[in-house]
Design a protein around this ligand. Structure first.
Ligand code: FAD
Length: 309
């Protein structure tokens, strides 16, 4: 069995693997796809000490760093169930292939995925104007007109953030009212370069073949179709944690995020978690790496206590 088994090969899982392996304990890492969301990222400009890098490049260096410590890496396999440790002190993870992996401790770092609108053009113009991360991509739209789809907290926070960077921000909300907290709505309405369309159902992302030029939406109150010329669209309709397979195994928040404390403990002894799949507030590479390191150090603390004479 492993001392530490990590599920996830994104920034959180990779950092956890490096920290665990450096303690000289047997470390395994299971990932469907090494690098996680980082593989889907073009420019990364907020990883401190690295002014500019690209997702696939960062993912490759993470993987090389993990492998340099002899971590047993298993890729292209999905975890299906987690069973907490029984009387033998070993937790088990079964894979969709049917295999079972056993470990004294488990670190869950399965990440998350952005909810997409699914409208025509969204996939075609992804990274060519369609984006999901204002912290990451906001500065790329300096001086441009942009739209934010979604009037919940994340959409309105994104609009306020973007208003300080871009020329103008239009928020499109499907519902007849914004769902964001009042304080955020007041802040948004105080900004001169913002507008809100309620009852707006986005139906298509428009482009010239190489980049996004705007979007089309239906005004649900009048039934009228309207076009909005924008250089960027930020889709902010939710981040879905990859935790469906953990229901019933560890405590999840109402949004499906793994509930952790400030040391990365879940509600199950010997099971830790880190990164975008957890209740951690900020979903960013450097934050996920810090959380992965925390979870690994907590797993090590747990191991030295349970195996104490
Ligand atoms: P993830 O990166 O999501 O990795 C999850 C890992 O778990 C993957 O290896 C996946 O294959 C694996 N996995 C999931 N489920 C299972 C399972 N059942 N069995 C086995 N393996 C499983 N952040 C920044 O800081 N700066 C940026 O510029 C930036 N740009 C971004 C651009 C885009 C397009 C996106 C989508 C995100 C961006 N982010 C950026 C956010 C950043 O990528 C995430 O915060 C970070 O990747 C989260 O790391 P993680 O390890 O928690 O999860």
């Amino acid at each position: 069995p492993y001392d530490v088994l990590i599920v996830g090969g994104g920034p959180a899982g990779a950092a956890a693997a490096i920290y665990a392996a450096r303690k000289g304990i047997r470390t395994g890492l299971l990932a469907e796809r090494f690098g996680g969301q980082v593989q889907d990222t073009m420019a990364i400009e907020n990883f401190p000490s690295v002014e500019y890098t690209e997702g696939p490049k960062l993912a490759a260096s993470l993987e090389a760093h993990v492998r340099s410590y002899g971590v047993e890496v298993i890729t292209s396999q999905r975890a299906k169930t987690l069973h907490a440790a029984g009387s033998d002190g070993l937790a088990s993870i079964t894979l969709e292939s049917g295999a079972t992996l056993r470990s004294k401790t488990v670190i869950l770092a399965p990440g998350a995925r952005w909810r997409q609108t699914g409208v025509p053009g969204e996939a075609d113009y992804r990274t060519k104007g369609v984006t999901y991360c204002p912290h990451c991509d906001g500065p790329l739209f300096k001086g441009k007109q942009v739209a934010v789809i979604g009037g919940g907290n994340s959409g309105i926070e994104a609009a306020i953030d973007l208003a300080g960077v871009v020329e103008h921000v239009t928020v499109l909300e499907f519902d007849s009212k914004l769902r964001a907290d009042d304080v955020l709505q007041r802040k948004l309405h105080s900004l001169p370069n913002t507008a809100v369309h309620l009852n707006a159902q986005t139906t298509e992302m428009l482009g010239d073949g190489s980049k996004l030029t705007g979007l089309r939406f239906t005004d649900r109150s009048s039934g009228e179709a309207r076009d909005l010329a924008v250089g960027g669209v930020f889709v902010q309709i939710g981040l879905l944690p990859n935790t469906e397979w953990l229901q019933g195994a560890v405590a999840l928040s109402p949004r499906g995020e793994i509930i952790i404390d400030d040391r990365g403990h879940t509600n199950v002894a010997g099971v830790f978690a880190a990164g975008d799949a957890t209740t951690e507030a900020y979903k960013q590479i450097v934050v996920a790496m810090g959380a992965g390191s925390t979870a690994a150090l907590s797993a090590f603390d747990h191991l030295i206590r349970v195996s104490a004479p």
